[in-house]
Design a protein around this ligand. Structure first.
Ligand SMILES: Nc1ncnc2c1ncn2[C@@H]1O[C@H](COP(=O)(O)OP(=O)(O)OP(=O)(O)O)[C@@H](O)[C@H]1O
Length: 851
C-alpha cells in the first residue's frame, strides 16, 4: 500500500482555507442549521428508478473476438448481449447458457469519449443538483474496468478528464451565468478504506500515517439523519479552487498494488459537491448535494491471488460491496420494511442515494475480455437489480431560520402596533434613538421621491405618525421661511402677502428686480457696441492688407499713388494696370503663419537661391549626401547578407555536430573528439565573413557620422541662405525707395508714349541686351536669360512688350548706355527692375498675367 506523492501547491492552498463545521448532515436537511434541522418547507417530488448505464473498456485487438454485442430496442434503451465462449461456459458462470442479455439506459462502447459520457450521464444530474435536487453518480465494476477513469479521469490527456472535473466545470459555468441567485459551493471528499472513513481533504493526510488520522465516523440523530464527524467541507468559490481540492484529495487517496492491477484503488471514494442557493432578500434556501462515487473493484478474492494486507483489503471491499448488494436486493423487494443500510459505512453514507431523496445514476464499467467475462456478467446482473430501485427526490428548500426569526419579529411588531391603534391604547414609551433615525430616513426618502403617488408608510404606531408630522413641520419652517418672501402669490397661496408690511417688501423687491433688469440691458447693449467696433476695426485691417495684395499683383509704373496718376491712363486697358505700386509691396512681408513667404517673395527666394554664391557648395553637399545615403543603403544590405551567411555557417556547424553525435551513437568506436575538417573549414569561413562584416560595419558607422555631419552642414547653409536673402531683400527694398524718390517724372511719362513693336522683336531685343552681360558669371547669366525668356513667354499680351520696348529704345539718356541688365527684379516674373551699370535699379514694373 502506498500514498501518492504529495502536492505542494494543493496543500498550501488547502492550509489557507477555512475549515468548515465538523459535522456534515447527510440527507436533504442542511448541515449548518440549528441542532434540530427544520423539515423542508416545500418541494416538488420526482419519482424515478435509478438510471443504469454501461461502459465498455477498450480491449486489445486480439481480445475483441465476438464476446459481446450492443443493440437498441424499440424503447431506445440499449441492450448488451454477452456471449460466453464455449470453453468458458463449462465453468462457474453457467454451464448451460451461452448468451446473456442486459438492458441499460445507454451503453457506451469502447470508442465512447469522456465528453459523451459526461453529456449523457453527468450533465442532467448536475442540472438537477443546481435546481435543488440531490444527485448521485456511482461507478461499479471489477478492478481495472475503468471506474476511476470514468469518474475522475485519466491523467494523460486533457480530453481524458472524467465526470468530476467536467461536472465542476459545468456547475461553475452555470453559476456564473445565473445572477438571479446567490450560490455557495462546498466540496467534501470521503474515502472509505477497510470500513473506516477518512477525510481526503484533511491537510494532515500527507504527513501522518493513515492510522493516526482522525476517522470519519457516522452519527445518527433520533430522526435517523446521518451526520459525519470529522469530514470537512471546503468552500470552493470557483472552478479552480474546486479542482485544486479534487487534486489534493486524489493525491491523498489510498492505493494499493495488486497483481491484477498495478495501481488499483482499494477504497471507495465519495466526492460531494454541496450547493446552496438563495434569491437575494428571500429567506428560502435551496440545498443540494451531488455525490460522485468511485467504488472499489468488485473482483473476487480468489482470482486476485493476494494475501496478507491486500487480502484483508479485498475482504473488506467485498464485504462492503456485499452489503451494498444486500441493500439493493432489499430495496428491490417491495415489501421489505428493513433496509440494512447500517451494515456498512458505504451504504450508510449513500443511504439517500439508494431509495431515498436523490436522483441516482449507476455506471457499470465492464472489461469484456475472456478472462473477465464472469465478473462482467456479475456487474451487469447487479446493475439490473439496481435499476429496480425507486427513488423519490424532493426539492430541498428550507427557510433560513435566522431570516425567518427576523421576519416573524417584524410581523409581530406590526400586529401589536395595529392592535394598539384599533383599541386606542396609547403606547407611552419613548421612541428609541434608532427608531427616530430610521423615521427620519424614511421621511427624507419620501420627500425626495418625485413620484406624486409615493406614500409615507410608518406603520400603525401613533408615536411614529406624530413624530413624522412634527419632523415635517420643523423641516418646512426651518428650510422654507426665507425663500417664501420670493415666492409668487400663487405659490405662497396669496395669504402671506396680504399684510401691508409684506406688500411693501414685495414692492421693494420687484423694484429692485426691475432695476437689475435695466442694468443688465444697458450692459448688454454696451457690449454689443464694443463688439461691433472691434469687428469694424478687424474688417478695416483685413481690407487694408488685401489692398496691398491687390497692388502687389497689379502692374504699374513704380510711383506713389497720386504722384503719377497718368501712368496708367495711356495704357490701353486700364483694368489690367493698377495705377500704383505701394513701396511696401517690395518689402519682406511675412504672412500670418510667421516664417512663410508671400508667393512673389518665395519665387524671389527660389531664384536667389539658384544664383547664390554658396549654392554650388550646397548642391555639392546635397549630391554627396545622396551618394552617402545610397552607399550606406547598399552597405547595410551587404552587412545583413554577411550576418545571414555567418548564421547559416553556424547552423551548418551545429548540424555537423548532430551528425557526428549520431554517428558516435551508432558506432561508439569512432572518436568524436577528433577534429573535423569540414567543421574546420566552416569555422575558417566564419572568421573570414566576420572580418568583412567588421570592416563593412565600421565603414557603415563612418558613413553614418558623415551623413549626420553633412546634414548638419546643409542645415547651416540653409539658415545662412535665408539670412542672406533677408538682407538682400531689405536692401533691395530701401534702394528701390531711394530710386523712386529721385526719378524724373517725364522720363516715364514719355516712355509710355513710345510706339509699340511686335512681341517677337521685343524678345529678340531682350536676348540681345542680355547677351553682352559679360561681367556676370556664366551661371548667373544663364539664370537671367532663362528668367527673361520665362518673362517673355508668359506675357502673351503686348502691353509688357510695349513698356519694355520703350525703356530700351526711347531717347532717354539711360537707355542703351545706361541699362546694364534687367536684373534681380526678374527673380520673380511679376516684377521687372531695370538697372544701370552701377547696379542701381531704375524702374520697377509689376505685371499681371491676365489673358
Ligand atoms: N474507457 C477507457 N478508455 C481508455 N482507457 C481506459 C478506459 N477505461 C479504463 N482505462 C484504463 O484502464 C486502466 C484501469 O482503469 P481504472 O483505474 O479506471 O480502473 P478501475 O476500475 O478504477 O480500477 P480499480 O477498481 O482498481 O480502481 C487505466 O489505465 C485506465 O486509463
Amino acid at each position: 500500500m502506498r500514498m501518492r506523492s504529495s502536492l505542494a501547491h494543493g496543500t498550501a492552498l488547502f492550509h489557507s482555507r477555512r475549515r468548515a463545521c465538523w459535522v456534515v448532515f447527510l440527507g436533504y436537511r442542511c448541515y449548518a442549521g440549528p441542532s434540530l434541522p427544520l423539515p423542508p418547507m416545500s418541494g416538488e417530488m420526482v419519482k424515478q428508478t435509478i438510471q443504469i448505464y454501461a461502459r465498455v473498456k477498450p480491449l486489445a485487438r486480439r481480445q475483441q473476438a465476438g464476446i459481446y454485442s450492443v443493440g437498441e430496442d424499440e424503447k431506445s434503451a440499449s441492450s448488451l448481449e454477452i456471449i460466453v465462449p464455449r470453453d468458458l461456459a463449462d465453468g462457474f458462470v453457467n454451464n448451460k447458457r451461452e448468451s446473456y442479455k442486459f438492458k441499460f439506459q445507454k451503453i457506451f462502447d469502447q470508442e465512447a469519449k469522456q465528453d459523451a459520457v459526461f453529456e449523457s450521464i453527468a450533465k442532467p444530474v448536475a442540472e438537477c443538483a443546481l435546481a435543488g435536487y440531490n444527485g448521485t453518480i456511482f461507478a461499479y465494476g471489477q478492478t481495472g474496468s475503468g471506474k476511476t477513469f470514468t469518474i475522475t479521469g485519466g491523467a494523460e490527456r486533457y480530453s481524458d478528464r472524467g465526470i468530476i472535473p467536467r461536472t465542476l466545470s459545468y456547475i461553475f459555468q452555470q453559476l456564473e451565468k445565473d445572477s438571479s441567485k446567490v450560490y455557495t459551493t462546498h466540496v467534501s471528499y470521503l474515502e472509505i478504506y477497510n470500513e473506516c472513513g477518512y477525510d481526503l481533504l484533511d491537510p494532515r493526510h500527507e504527513a501522518s500515517r493513515l492510522e493516526d488520522l482522525p476517522k470519519v465516523t457516522i452519527m445518527e440523530d433520533p430522526d435517523q439523519n446521518i451526520h459525519l464527524k470529522n469530514l470537512s467541507l471546503q468552500q470552493a468559490t470557483n472552478e479552480e479552487e474546486a479542482l485544486n481540492l479534487l487534486f489534493l484529495g486524489d493525491t491523498n487517496r489510498m492505493i494499493a498494488e495488486t497483481p491484477m492491477n498495478q495501481a488499483s484503488t482499494r477504497s471507495h471514494c465519495i466526492f460531494t459537491i454541496h450547493i446552496s442557493s438563495k434569491e437575494p432578500g428571500s429567506a428560502t434556501i435551496r440545498r443540494s448535494k451531488l455525490h460522485l462515487v468511485d467504488l472499489a473493484g468488485s473482483e473476487r478474492v480468489a482470482k486476485t491471488g493476494v494475501g496478507g494486507q491486500l487480502l484483508t483489503e479485498a475482504k473488506y471491499i467485498n464485504l462492503s460491496l456485499h452489503y451494498l448488494e444486500q441493500v439493493i436486493i432489499a430495496l428491490a423487494e417491495k415489501h421489505r420494511s428493513h433496509i440494512p443500510y447500517r451494515n456498512s459505512m458505504m451504504t450508510s453514507v449513500l443511504r439517500d442515494s439508494l431509495g431515498g431523496n436523490c436522483m441516482t445514476t449507476m455506471i457499470a464499467t465492464l472489461s469484456l475480455d475472456k478472462r473477465n467475462i464472469d465478473e462482467s456478467i456479475s456487474t451487469c446482473r447487479f446493475a439490473q437489480r439496481v435499476a429496480l430501485i425507486k427513488n423519490e427526490a424532493v426539492l430541498n428548500e428550507e427557510i433560513d431560520p435566522r431570516l425567518m426569526i427576523i421576519q416573524l419579529k417584524k410581523v409581530i411588531q406590526e400586529l401589536k402596533d395595529e392592535l394598539a391603534m384599533v383599541t386606542g391604547e396609547q403606547r407611552t414609551e419613548e421612541l428609541t434613538q434608532e427608531e427616530l433615525l430610521q423615521l427620519e430616513e424614511i421621511i427624507k426618502t419620501f420627500l425626495e421621491d418625485p413620484d406624486p403617488e409615493s406614500m409615507l408608510d410608518v406603520g400603525a404606531d401613533m408615536r411614529k405618525i406624530k413624530h413624522c408630522f412634527n419632523y415635517i413641520k420643523q423641516l418646512i419652517n426651518r428650510t422654507n421661511i426665507p425663500d417664501r418672501h420670493l415666492l409668487s402669490p400663487d405659490i405662497t397661496g396669496g395669504e402671506d402677502t396680504n399684510t401691508p408690511e409684506k406688500k411693501e417688501e414685495l414692492k421693494k423687491l420687484r423694484d429692485l428686480l426691475h432695476q437689475r433688469d435695466n442694468e443688465i440691458n444697458i450692459l448688454v447693449s454696451m457690449l454689443k457696441k464694443e463688439k461691433k467696433k472691434a469687428q469694424d476695426a478687424l474688417f478695416q485691417l483685413n481690407t487694408g492688407s488685401s489692398g496691398l495684395a491687390v497692388s502687389e499683383s497689379s502692374l504699374s509704373i513704380s510711383l506713389e499713388e497720386g504722384q503719377r496718376p497718368s501712368a496708367c491712363v495711356n495704357v490701353k486697358d486700364t483694368q489690367d494696370f493698377s495705377s500704383s505700386v505701394h513701396r511696401s509691396a517690395f518689402l519682406p512681408r511675412r504672412t500670418g503663419s510667421g516664417g512663410e513667404m508671400s508667393l512673389g517673395r518665395q519665387e524671389a527666394f527660389e531664384i536667389f537661391k539658384r544664383d547664390y554664391v554658396d549654392s554650388v557648395t550646397i548642391e555639392d553637399n546635397k549630391q554627396l549626401l545622396k551618394q552617402r545615403f545610397a552607399e550606406a543603403k547598399s552597405l547595410g544590405e551587404k552587412v545583413n547578407e554577411v550576418r545571414n551567411k555567418i548564421n547559416h555557417l553556424k547552423g551548418e556547424i551545429t548540424q555537423r555536430h548532430m551528425q557526428r553525435a549520431a554517428l558516435g551513437v551508432a558506432s561508439p568506436s569512432e572518436e568524436l573528439n577528433e577534429s573535423d575538417p569540414v567543421e574546420e573549414r566552416l569555422r575558417a569561413q566564419i572568421e573570414e565573413e566576420k572580418k568583412s562584416y567588421k570592416t563593412m560595419f565600421n565603414r557603415l558607422k563612418g558613413l553614418k557620422i558623415e551623413i549626420e555631419h553633412l546634414q548638419l552642414l546643409m542645415e547651416k547653409a540653409k539658415v545662412k541662405l535665408q539670412k542672406d536673402f533677408e538682407v538682400w531683400w531689405s536692401e533691395e527694398a530701401s534702394n528701390l525707395q531711394d530710386q523712386q524718390e529721385k526719378l524724373p517724372v517725364s522720363n516715364s511719362a514719355s516712355a509710355l508714349r513710345a510706339s509699340p513693336q511686335s512681341l517677337e522683336s521685343q524678345q529678340h531685343l531682350y536676348a540681345n541686351s542680355f547677351s553682352d552681360t559679360s561681367r556676370v558669371n556664366p551661371s548667373e547669366d544663364r539664370g537671367r536669360k532663362n528668367n527673361l525668356s520665362r518673362l517673355s513667354n508668359s506675357t502673351s499680351n503686348t502691353r509688357l512688350g510695349e513698356q519694355v520696348n520703350f525703356l530700351l529704345h526711347s531717347n532717354t539718356p539711360f537707355v542703351n548706355e545706361e541699362i546694364w541688365t534687367i536684373q534681380k527684379s526678374l527673380l520673380f516674373p511679376h516684377l521687372l527692375s531695370l538697372r544701370t551699370r552701377n547696379n542701381s535699379p531704375l524702374w520697377v514694373c509689376s505685371l499681371t498675367e491676365k489673358k
